[in-house]
Design a binder for this molecule. Sequence first.
Ligand code: PGA
Length: 256
Amino acid sequence: MSRRILIAGNWKMNKTSAEGAELVNGIRSALTDCCADKLPEVLVCPPFLDIATAVCAAKGSAVEVGAQNVHWASSGAYTGECSTAMLLDAGCTHVIVGHSERRQYFGETDATVNKRAKAAVDAGLVAVVCVGETLEERESGATTKVVGRQVREAFSGFSANDMSKVVVAYEPVWAIGTGKVATDEQAQEVHAFIRKTLGEMFGSECGDSVRILYGGSMKPGNAAGLLKQKDIDGGLIGGASLKADDFVAIIKAAMA
Ligand code: PGA
């Protein structure tokens, strides 16, 4: 089963619109000399307010644009939220759901992750659904218990067909923004476990076809080793996605 590599940038709360456009321009111009059929899928996820200019800057290139969150309702009194229709209208193809920072600081739960991801998929967006254990959970031996629960609850009520619009991102919380990357083996082990869990839920064909990204201090220097792992199908990159040179170096590592 061949799964196309996806290199996704999560800008978090960084960049004004002008800075975001400059970053997209830097990425697209660095990719012009790359052979199109060797390129991985390339995605940037700016803050909501930067999406329109990023879409404009990416037009006609291989760079796709996604959001960092979405609400499940189609409209209504949900201050601070955006709907799937708004994201599609702005030109988004993807949306990150359930990032650990949302879970940690904004009360995101497995149940709300499930609702957001389902709404995204139903609307035709690709949902990049994040899971991952904290340091305390890893050290107490609870990694597979926690990640297994997050996966089962995030995709509860999904069909195998829904899963064709899903990408999972394994992001160990202890590796996010800390410079402490999971080793290739640690990451591969959890990726294989997530794939097995998806296989149990939706059948092995579906388990084999869903892409699973690694996230957490992925950088130009460690990307190649991680991306070589059998069950690692790309990266969700925070810090290193904010500089065109670093992000492009990771994209090139995926092409090697
Ligand atoms: P990081 O962030 O690459 O800065 O560790 C990854 C993420 O949170 O998606």
